[in-house]
Design a protein around this ligand. Structure first.
Ligand code: CU
Length: 283
């Protein structure tokens, strides 16, 4: 290969990679980030978007160039050149995807693991019981466990160090119901304070649902007879959608509610406002 061709290819490849990184880092497709998981998740998204952009631009440019440069001329009625085999080229086009896919796999796995997704695989004693037995046969109380959930990091691992706020979540066709243990509060909306770890203990009454908050970068299946746990720490006050992300029946599309992230003081007043008054005999 002449030096000039090699140099041109190198410069073109470098320009392509830099363009891909620039587009991937500037991309702004995700909703606002409102939980501690969002940083790692968004970094992975930018890396994947960069790689996708590099591949898309590289393939499109080479394809477009080849269509024009090597098209059949009007005067040309002969056969094309007979080309068979090119070992160095085959090695390159096998090695590049292998390296890219290995990198994506290891990087994704690392983030999944950091968010607690691998916990159930280590917990064989917990898996043996309820995953196999029908709900009615399971011993009570069931020990909730994390089931392949992104963002299921335990509360102890939270840098804030506050104790986790437990909330029971019941999913049914076609609603999520939130109960605050130790209180009388049951709500159709999830209310949590900003900056405090929250631990959702989730169960389903009928079919499989999925609890999804795009702004938290979290999604977790809610499975009948298989309690799941999802932990998060909200970082930004506001109201965000909770969406059922598992086709669960005719009105699946309407199975949505909201999570309201309060400043701590607002959360306390929400708690007070929503605590039912004590029954008359206790007054
Ligand atoms: Cu559902």
């Amino acid at each position: 290969m002449p030096i000039r061709t090699a140099l041109t290819a190198l410069i073109a490849a470098a320009a392509l990679v830099l363009t891909g990184l620039w587009i991937g880092n500037g991309v702004n497709l995700l909703p606002v980030d409102a939980s501690t998981n969002a940083g790692a998740y968004d970094a992975l998204f930018r890396v994947l978007f960069s790689i996708g952009t590099i591949l898309f631009l590289g393939i499109s440019i080479v394809l477009g160039y080849s269509l024009v440069r090597f098209r059949r001329r009007a005067s040309d009625s002969g056969d094309g050149m007979a080309i068979e085999g090119n070992l160095p080229l085959e090695i390159v086009w096998t090695a590049i995807p292998a390296v890219v896919i290995l990198f994506i796999g290891i990087y994704s796995f690392d983030i999944y693991d950091r968010m607690g997704g691998m916990v159930p695989l280590m917990d064989h004693s917990a898996m043996d019981h309820s995953a196999m037995a029908p709900a009615a046969m399971q011993p009570e109380p069931q020990r909730p466990r994390i089931w392949g959930g992104i963002g299921a990091a335990t509360a102890e691992a939270d840098p804030v160090g506050k104790p986790a706020l437990p909330v029971d979540v019941t999913a049914m066709q076609f609603a999520f119901i939130f109960h605050y243990p130790g209180s009388e509060i049951t709500s159709g909306e999830l209310h949590v304070p900003v900056g405090q770890p929250v631990e959702l203990h989730m169960s389903a009454l009928d079919v499989i649902h999925a609890f999804w908050v795009p702004e938290f970068r979290l999604k977790q299946d809610v499975i009948p007879g298989q309690p799941t746990v999802l932990s998060f720490t909200a970082t930004r006050a506001g109201t965000y959608p909770i969406i059922c992300a598992e086709l669960c029946g005719a009105y699946h599309g309407g199975m949505r509610t909201s999570v309201v992230v309060h400043e701590p003081d607002d959360y306390q007043s929400w708690l007070q406002q929503n605590t039912p008054p004590p029954p008359p005999e206790q007054r």
